[in-house]
Design a protein around this ligand. Structure first.
Ligand SMILES: *Cc1c(COP(=O)(O)O)cnc(C)c1O
Length: 360
């Protein structure tokens, strides 16, 4: 079986080295020393001023919305994972969909302005597949209309835009460290912000609103990351160059071998590096996509439809704007197997089946 992704697991001895620290300290969670060390390592690696770990990427999104006190309408993208939009609804905001650009698959910033009303408070955009949005365009709209900006940067580990971490754009970025992501801590995530005030608020929010043991600053939730999760984060970070190199090799091989006269790929931002987090291909329509998917699956190869369905179809949302580009793309995209130790034989098999499908 060749799955779309395969989680990197460290050598068990490496994990045990970190676990020993937990047994020595007898401290399992609540901002333990492994977590504090991990936050420092990640801040240094990614070049961010404030990086605050939480127990998953969805929690990071929800805390970002809460920390900025967002209400009413938030303009967002229908081409993302469901957590982007469900987090808004969960926090009592109303998502307003803006269609995507057919080349980058990110929110089309040229279409944002017409959707702004007196009730709009923010823009929540996803850097799809780690490919940065038009951050300058979004930023100037936000300034003009006094809107907050949150980026769903779930896919953006180690992506730099114009030599700066993409996570430093917008008011807050939310990243996921789920085990399907390129850097993981089993479950996990983080909020990144340049603002020390936002960082202070997020620290209270993720810890029940505690201000010291006996005082509370306001409402809070349990967003804490445990020492066991932090230990896994350290191990994955220790091996990160091996993970990236393995993915890069596979990514470039697909680039080289797939029959590009029949398929398309997204246009990647020229001012950013690719972190090889996904390998999306765009086909000519849904029937072709489903046919190819079925053939791959009958050969025990399991691509995924990231992202299908387009989020405009969520039944708990009403009165949604039509987003025809997102509709078509979501029906025509497949992410191919991509992981650090995918073998040459596995890649050749995937490529052979796809090219054979088109060329017969
Ligand atoms: C993975 C993902 C999330 C959710 O992160 P979790 O850590 O699984 O909660 C949110 N948005 C996008 C775009 C994702 O890919």
């Amino acid at each position: 079986m060749i799955n779309v992704s395969k989680t990197f697991l460290p050598d068990r001895a490496e994990y045990n080295n970190y676990l020993k620290k937990i047994w020595d300290s007898n401290w399992l969670t609540n901002n333990g020393s492994l977590l504090i060390d991990l936050e420092n390592r990640l801040s240094n690696k990614l070049g961010s001023k404030n990086l605050l770990c939480v127990n998953n990427g969805t929690m990071a999104l929800q805390l970002a919305i809460k920390a900025l006190d967002l209400k009413n309408e938030v303009i967002t993208t229908p081409f993302s994972y469901v957590a982007t939009v469900s987090s808004l609804v969960w926090q009592n905001c109303e998502p307003v969909f803006c269609d995507i650009d057919s080349e980058t698959l990110n929110i089309d910033h040229r279409k944002i302005e017409t959707l702004i009303t007196s009730k709009t408070t923010a823009i929540l955009a996803t850097h799809v597949y780690g490919n940065p949005c038009e951050v300058e365009g979004i930023d100037s709209i936000a300034k003009k209309y006094n809107l907050k900006v949150i980026y769903d940067a779930a896919h953006c580990f180690d992506v730099k835009y114009k030599n700066e971490s993409i996570l430093n754009f917008g008011d807050i970025s939310a990243i996921s460290f789920h085990s399907t992501k390129i850097f993981h801590s089993i479950e996990g995530g983080a909020l990144i912000t340049n603002s020390h005030d936002h960082a202070y608020r997020i620290k209270q929010l993720r810890n029940f609103g505690h201000k010291g043991y006996e005082e509370f600053d306001g409402i809070g939730i349990n967003g804490k990351q445990s020492e066991f999760h932090a230990a896994m984060g350290h191990c994955v970070l220790d091996n990160f160059s091996e993970i990236i190199n393995g993915r890069k090799r596979a990514f470039l091989y697909y680039d080289d071998k797939l029959a590009w006269e029949f398929i398309k790929k997204p246009t990647y931002n020229k001012n950013a590096n690719n972190n090889y987090s996904y390998y999306p291909i765009i086909l000519s329509g849904e029937s072709e996509t489903l046919e190819l998917k079925a053939i791959l699956e009958s050969n025990k190869i399991f691509p995924r439809r990231y992202f299908y369905p387009s989020l405009t179809s969520l039944h708990y949302l009403d009165n949604q704007q039509a987003c025809p580009i997102s509709d078509i793309i979501s029906k025509s995209v497949l992410c191919l197997p991509l992981f650090h130790d995918i073998t040459q034989e596995e890649l050749d098999k995937v490529i052979f089946i796809i090219n054979n499908f088109f060329k017969g």
